[in-house]
Each structure stands twice: as structure tokens, then as C-alpha cells.
Design a binder for this molecule. Structure first.
Ligand SMILES: [Ca+2]
Length: 336
């Protein structure tokens, strides 16, 4: 979150005697800080009457970047009430320049996944002395389109960060950034694998972009962004790339054959799924009444998120007439 931290007004918490910001009074010290926790029981007697009022309880735990000598070994509390432009506590001290405690009453957060494997990433090197002039975007479209339909522009690479270089100075410097398409992929339909265009769009007056490529993390293979498309101030680099099917953990496969199958050959030995360590997954198979489709259920508990599997259909699967597949079929899929 952003705040005017040199305008924080301090008071000690009751009992624990820790530093608590109770109001932001002015516009000194525009600064970004990190919220690392909260405590609904912290009490700071904002109005000093010795009574615990509703608006006096609860605070966010804030960590600063100014070393361990700042406040309590580098961290302090920020009373919930200090978010208010006007205090909710009766007879609270009045500050002439009091304002909302955090810029736009907003904070940004990251969500840590319990289990996470990237699917597709992009890398590029930026050289600039004005990072607030650059805008970087990831996108995806069908191969027939020239502009992406699903996009993501990270906040920090969207004309933000002030008129500074990527190292914080005012002299041009370089940084290599890696962005992750995986959440875009999870929000589009890739249940049927196919070639898709993957974009990296950039704009930057006074900036150069180089060393741009995408990496299929599922195959650990990188590709240069060979296509280029310009639209107004923006340059799109893109690569047409096929990713494996991306499915839900409970994915049920229905395999369709051209001819009725001999049921005795529809077995786990002839149709099986393996993980990347070549271990067989314990699926159940069923030949349906049309005798041409085989249903393969997910294992109990589902496939593992972020993992890759191979579906194997061997030539030992026979038609009623006794013919095998002309060639064994293998395809891979990835679990969301
Ligand atoms: Ca009180």
C-alpha cells in the first residue's frame, strides 16, 4: 500500500506498549509499505479516556524498508481507524490535514498457491531511464487474429514507478523480466489443444526491448517471438505455439474410434495414462454401448494440479474386424 508515512501520528498500544499509527495528518513522505498481518485485539486508546471503544480496536501490522532501527525492529501497527478520513472514535484528536490512511484506500496483494507449476512464461530485456514510459502486456488469440483477445498488463509495467531507470537511478539500465501466462491460460478454453498465438506487447518511448521469447515450461523449451505486428504506439511480438490440452483435475476422457471395438481389447494394458515418471495412473475404462467410444475416468482424488500426463492408446486395441490402430496414439495433457 502507499501512504504518507512521515505524516503518521503515533500512540502506544494499551498493555503491549507498541507503536501504533492512529491517523495520517498531511502529505509528507510518499512511500510504499507492506502489510504483513493484523490483530483485531490490539487496543490503542485514541481518545485517551481509558475506555475501550469499538473504533479503537484492531490494527494492521506494517513492515517498513528502513532497517531494524525503525520503530519496533522495523515494523509497527496501523490502526484500522487510521484508514478513515474522519475518525470513528468519539472525541478523537482532530488533525487539520487528516486524510484516508492509504492512497485511494487501496492495497495490492499477491496470492500464494499451495501447488503451482507455470505452463508458459515470457522473457524480455528492457533498457530504459524512464520506467513510467513503458507498458508491457501478455496476450493470446486464435491464429487467425492479429490482436490478442485475452490479455494481462502487470501493474508495475504499466506506466508506473516514476521517471526512473529500472535500477531506481536516472541513468538508463537494463533488467530482464519474466512474466507468466499461466493464469491467462487457465481462463481460456484450451481443453482442445491447438495452435494459438501468444503475444508480448510493448510500448516505451526511450526504451529498448530485446531478448524476447516464450518458454513452454511443460516441455522446458524456449522459442523466439518471431512475429511482429504494430498497432498505433504498440508493437506486438508473437509466436504461434501449440500447448498440450489443459484440463481439470477430474477430467473424464471420451476417446472416439472410427469402428466398433472388440471389447476384450479395451483393457488397462492397451489404453493407459502415465505421469512424467512413467508411473501408470489408476484409471477406470468403459467401452460404451455404441462400441466406438471409450470413457476414461480420472483416478480417485483426481489428477495432480500442474502435472503433465500422457494418454497412450496402443495398437493392441482392435476393431471387431480384428484390425489394430495403424499407429499407436499418444497425447499429453496438463492439469489446471
Ligand atoms: Ca478510548
Amino acid at each position: 500500500m502507499g501512504t504518507y508515512f512521515r505524516s503518521w501520528k503515533w500512540k502506544k498500544s494499551q498493555g503491549t506498549s507498541e507503536d501504533v499509527c492512529i491517523a495520517v495528518d498531511g502529505t509528507l513522505g510518499s512511500h510504499g509499505m507492506t502489510v504483513v498481518g493484523y490483530d483485531d485485539d490490539i487496543w490503542v486508546d485514541i481518545n485517551g479516556n481509558g475506555v475501550k471503544e469499538d473504533g479503537e480496536q484492531g490494527a494492521f501490522k506494517i513492515v517498513n524498508s528502513h532497517g531494524s532501527n525503525w520503530k519496533g525492529k522495523g515494523w509497527a501497527w496501523f490502526a484500522y481507524d487510521a484508514l478513515n478520513a474522519v475518525s470513528s472514535v468519539p472525541d478523537a484528536p482532530v488533525y487539520d490535514a487528516r486524510r484516508q490512511g492509504w492512497f485511494n484506500n487501496t492495497f495490492y496483494w499477491v496470492t500464494a498457491y499451495e501447488s503451482y507449476t507455470p505452463i508458459l512464461t515470457s522473457e524480455s530485456t528492457i533498457n530504459t531511464n524512464q520506467r513510467n514510459q513503458i507498458s508491457v502486456m501478455l496476450g493470446e488469440s486464435a491464429t487467425s487474429a492479429s490482436l490478442p483477445s485475452a490479455t494481462w498488463t502487470p501493474y508495475i509495467f504499466n506506466s508506473n514507478g516514476g521517471a526512473f531507470s529500472v535500477d531506481g537511478s536516472t541513468t538508463a539500465s537494463s533488467a530482464t523480466i519474466v512474466l507468466d501466462y499461466t493464469d491467462i491460460i487457465k481462463n481460456i478454453d484450451l481443453s482442445k489443444a491447438g495452435i494459438t498465438k501468444w503475444y508480448l506487447r510493448y510500448k516505451g518511448s526511450g526504451a529498448t526491448f530485446s531478448n524476447m521469447y516464450v518458454t513452454d515450461e511443460t516441455r522446458n523449451t524456449s522459442y523466439s517471438l518471431t512475429g511482429t505486428y504494430t498497432n498505433g504506439a504498440y508493437t506486438y511480438k508473437y509466436k504461434q505455439l501449440s500447448l498440450p490440452s489443459i484440463v481439470n483435475a477430474g477430467k473424464q476422457w471420451n476417446l472416439t474410434f472410427n469402428w466398433p471395438l472388440k471389447s476384450a481389447t479395451v483393457t488397462k494394458q492397451n489404453i493407459f495414462i502415465r505421469d512424467t515418471k512413467n508411473n501408470n495412473v489408476n484409471n477406470t475404462l468403459k467401452l460404451n454401448s455404441d462400441e466406438k467410444t471409450v470413457t476414461v475416468d480420472a483416478p480417485q482424488g483426481g489428477y495432480l494440479p500442474g502435472k503433465r500426463y500422457n494418454m497412450n492408446i496402443t495398437s493392441n486395441v482392435r476393431t471387431k474386424g480384428g484390425n489394430g490402430l495403424s499407429s499407436p496414439s499418444v497425447f499429453e495433457f496438463i492439469v489446471k
